[in-house]
Design a protein around this ligand. Structure first.
Ligand SMILES: [Fe+2]
Length: 288
């Protein structure tokens, strides 16, 4: 064996260490120096790697908003969120990523002065204050826009720092971009996925199949509710509370990109209600 310690040797060191062997004894057994064994144990046993696949599970009925894109938010539509929550006695909220634009740390070329990060925090505080009466618990998972914050700090400032800066005692933050909500015994994967299609439901349908669950997707800024191709699961594409009129990158040129659509979800007793500003899609007399 050369300088590299191969996988089998790592596994053997870990196994012997777990059995109570000393570093010296392991070294003797595997023809290694004591310090070599120490280095392996330091990185793999004493400091186990974080597990990124962990999936947090929530239980109960929730309002689910995502792609709020503060401060370029449709404030009027956002004001319907607490109204619906109050009418249906739902006291819990999930913010499913892209709550803030984090434009100050964008990598895209910017040709217009955009609101600074402190303006975004101020807008977030204002929105959370306006929802304060309605909710007791707010769960916040990141989207790709929150990741700009982490990227800027090389991962050193994560969601817990962002949560502290937002300064709201009801807010619980997660570093994972997905969370499971079990409502009325029905499981839903709420995700801010990395994947986009102009064909609404395409990405969501595949995620439902991949993870074998009902899904509520974000990030695509499109609205739809459907069954997956094999009729196993329900797939919701949750649009967002964004206001594209105020988004400079959307309005900068005439182009043939998809027009964004808006929605939020009420997850009540296992059923996802997709609430939109569109009268042909949402009968507000049912909800208000
Ligand atoms: Fe996104």
């Amino acid at each position: 064996m050369g300088k590299t310690i191969h996988g089998e040797k790592y596994a053997e060191i870990k196994k012997l260490w777990a059995q109570g062997w000393t570093q010296k004894a392991i070294g003797k057994e595997l023809s290694m120096s004591r310090s070599q064994v120490g280095r392996v144990l330091k990185t793999t046993v004493r400091n186990p790697l974080p597990v990124y696949s962990e999936l947090h599970e929530l239980e109960g009925n929730y309002i689910i908003v995502g792609d709020v894109q503060l401060p370029t938010t449709d404030w009027e539509f956002a004001s319907y969120v607490p109204l619906v929550a109050k009418n249906f006695g739902i006291r819990k909220l999930v913010i499913a990523g892209d709550f803030l634009n984090v434009d100050s740390f964008s990598r895209y070329p910017i040709t217009e002065r955009l609101p600074a990060i402190m303006d975004e925090f101020a807008a977030a505080k204002e929105l959370l204050d306006s929802w304060d009466d309605a909710f007791d618990e707010i769960e916040y998972i990141p989207g790709n826009h929150e990741k700009r914050f982490m990227r800027w700090s090389n991962g050193h400032l994560g969601m817990e720092v962002l949560g502290r800066l937002l300064d709201n005692d009801k807010l619980r933050v997660y570093s994972s971009t997905r969370i499971v909500v079990v409502s009325g015994g029905v499981s839903w994967r709420v995700t801010h996925q990395n994947g986009y299609s102009v064909h609404t439901g395409n990405v969501g349908g595949q995620l439902a199949h991949k993870f074998q669950t009902n899904v509520i997707t974000h990030h695509e800024h499109s609205v739809g509710i459907m069954r997956d191709k094999w009729n196993h699961y329900t797939v919701v594409s949750n649009g967002g509370l964004h206001d594209e009129k105020t988004m400079h990158y959307v309005q900068e040129y005439d182009d043939t990109r998809k027009t964004m659509s808006q929605s939020f979800v009420m997850l009540d007793n296992g059923v996802a209600h997709l609430l939109t500003p569109y009268s042909s899609m949402t009968d507000w007399s049912v909800y208000l």
